[in-house]
Design a protein around this ligand. Sequence first.
Ligand code: CO
Length: 145
Amino acid sequence: MKCKDFKLGPLNHVGVAVPDIAAAAQHYRDVFGITDITEPKDLPTQGVTFAFINLPSGQIELIQPYGDTSPITRFLEKNPKGGQHHVCYEVEDIHEAKAVMEERGMTVLNAPRIGAHGTPIIFLHPKNNQGVLIELMETPKHSDH
Ligand code: CO
């Protein structure tokens, strides 16, 4: 693919930072009637524990700090009850996406690393995107996400 042809793929999930993932999952069960929620899993390399709320149209990713140096600790200090944290879109190839984003002046916050869906991800600084922290994730090769 040529860089000029690059475009975002599907919206994959909306990330919501929460102080208590079990309580947040229970909230979605009790208030919104959602029963398809994954068990919380630790992702030490990202400093988060996560669970996915599966909706017909996509997912909400609940994230809670894991460890002492979690990247969302400060976010939760500012938003003690939790808050909308990032939006994630799929891309075909994460290395190509990183190169194109840098070429287009985006501040890419990290080298590609494995995210909650088991595929590589990068984050784009909110200052470049109307205040929204954007996660790009490589589309899983099998549709088991
Ligand atoms: Co995410």
